[in-house]
Design a protein around this ligand. Structure first.
Ligand code: FAD
Ligand code: NAD
Length: 156
């Protein structure tokens, strides 16, 4: 099986889009990620899967904290910024939740402490213990087959 076939298949799994953020030595670093999942309710745990080659991995290891920001429908540009697909963008302003940087106006801001990490192939699964959450009421940005999409009308 070649890589393209694998990616094409995985791309059929429609997801939301998150930006994972962390802060090291006062500098905020962000990275777009759709490999995100809720793991456990009691205790409250989430997981993000970070490529070994991503700068984010070392930064989360250093800080021991991160946030997952679930993007709203009008935040596609931020997804592209934090995936390195847009250059010369305007400065991104962050807020903080329990001392962890978060993206204003995202649908959910989930601040976490690293609870465990597992190297699997060319990615590391970072398990986050959820410390605090802020939620807003608007529509999500969707990612499917390599394209950004919006939700259609609710089915009856
Ligand atoms: P860089 O490539 O250096 O940083 C990412 C970009 O964010 C750069 O353009 C940088 O300038 C910008 N940036 C960082 N911090 C700031 C800041 N404070 N202010 C302004 N801009 C800043 N990869 C995964 O490992 N796991 C995934 O689940 C995943 N899902 C993805 C989903 C989608 C929809 C897309 C498009 C990409 C996904 N990627 C994923 C790929 C990942 O987003 C990119 O490879 C990313 O460039 C890796 O970031 P990095 O940490 O190596 O840092
Ligand atoms: P794509 O069409 O190659 O990806 C489709 C799907 O394949 C993604 O949604 C993801 O589920 C999976 N995938 C892609 N690259 C992967 C990787 N390196 N490791 C594990 N799973 C991967 O590309 P796209 O959706 O147009 O994404 C644009 C860029 O972002 C590409 O460089 C892609 O590699 C990267 N990306 C990485 C991940 C990841 O590391 N988990 C996830 C999504 C996108």
């Amino acid at each position: 099986m070649d890589d393209r076939q694998f990616r094409d298949a995985m791309g059929k799994f429609a997801t939301g889009v998150t930006v994972v953020t962390t802060k090291v030595d006062g500098n905020v670093h962000g990275m777009t990620a759709n490999a995100f999942m809720s793991v456990s309710l009691n205790p409250k745990l989430v997981v993000v899967s970070i490529a070994e080659k991503a700068q984010m991995l070392e930064k989360i290891k250093q800080s021991g904290t991160f946030s997952v920001n679930i993007l709203a429908a009008d935040q596609q540009e931020l997804s592209m910024v934090f995936a390195g697909q847009v250059k010369n963008h305007k400065e991104v302003v962050f807020e903080h939740l329990n001392g962890v940087p978060v993206l204003p106006n995202s649908l959910a801001q989930i601040s976490c402490e690293v609870s465990a990490s597992h190297v699997e192939g060319d990615h590391t699964l970072i398990i986050g213990k959820v410390i605090d959450i802020r939620v807003e009421d608007s529509e999500p940005l969707i990612y499917s087959s390599g394209k950004y999409r919006l939700l259609a009308e609710e089915s009856k």
